[in-house]
Design a binder for this molecule. Sequence first.
Ligand code: PGA
Ligand code: ZN
Length: 418
Amino acid sequence: MKIAKLVAYEVLASGGYPTVEVKVTLDTGAIGIASVPYGASAGKHEAVVLTDQDKTRWNGNGVLKAVDNILNTIVPAIKDIPTENQIDLDTQLIQLDGTLDKAKLGGNAILAVSLAVARATANAKRLPLYRYLIETYHLEPDLNKLPQPMTVIIEGGKHADESTDFQEFCVVAKEQGSVAENVRRCLETYHQLKGILKENKLSTNGGNEGAFAPNGIPTNEKPLEFIVEAIKRAGYTPGGELGIAIDAAASEFYNGNYELKLENRQFTSDELIAYYSEWLDKYPFVSLEDMLAEDDWEGWVKLNQILKAKGIKHIGDDLTVTNIGRLRKAIENDAISGIIIKPNQIGTLSETIACCQIANEHGLITITSHRGGGETNDHFIADLAVAVGSAYVKVGPTRGERVSKYNRLMEIERELRG
Ligand code: PGA
Ligand code: ZN
């Protein structure tokens, strides 16, 4: 199969700025459409989101340069590659760009093409996307164990003003059972949390990812107490059916020291680890993500030893940025036990899947994740998570661009379970 026609254009993402969407038509007539998200707290080692920097449009956040790169540079270079050869196609895209961070053509430009071609080819083969990915990359997920929800229910940091220093507090499904059942449990907890925040005279306004951003919350620990209570009120057992995850996004409050503005405190890496350590036996943690800054390798290694002893997963996001090189370094240093997977951090489908395969080979869990800056309704990550056998899918609880991922996951479950 070959690309017969490819169009690229700006569409709106949830953050109110444009992002890139690509529509590919193959010579069979099959169509694939894909759009890409962007982060609010993007790690500094991520692939570049190419924006126009033209202040007369979208405060400089237009993506017409990325669109132009697709139409005038990328399409001519890939139009003769059979689209079933996704790895060849992605390799060509990587070489065409030639930079380590995809700064030349833009990670957003490259990824939108990579994903749209995969989807078009899956459609041409009349396969659900996850099946096509499994076949193309020779993946071996256990389809009896689908990825389970990790639902962001309180957010702060770069995702909301006047909330916690930490970026995300999640309720996590601990039981393997049905995805639909677990999505319900997580969302019931979210709804209970609303009442608890109100009782505590905290606002229930939303943040970027559709979670509560409780203006006026006094400490970074308070959400943990509230979530435990919300789990109980929803009729579940904290640490039983449901647990808790934090993504501190610590690079965002690191400036040589770790500064928790909410509590008016400064910490060294060791002090911050000690601060976290007091929580570990108090709350039913499943995983902790980006609790230290993206280049604080020493701190990561220390915290990993502590979490390992407690059976809590230690997850890299800004540390690892879905990048094989950084993942390998984290594995060699024994710094993590799991990794966040975000295709737009690296910029091609094949590199994303290679990263998951390495994680799997080394016994790390993968958590496929949405982005906080601007998401679209595209639910490619749900199929990706199923294909690579992710333990969790991390997504917010409300707003169309978030729930589309859960809905796709539940659709896959219905398809598989009949
Ligand atoms: P983002 O953050 O805003 O950079 O997408 C989400 C996350 O850190 O998991
Ligand atoms: Zn993160």
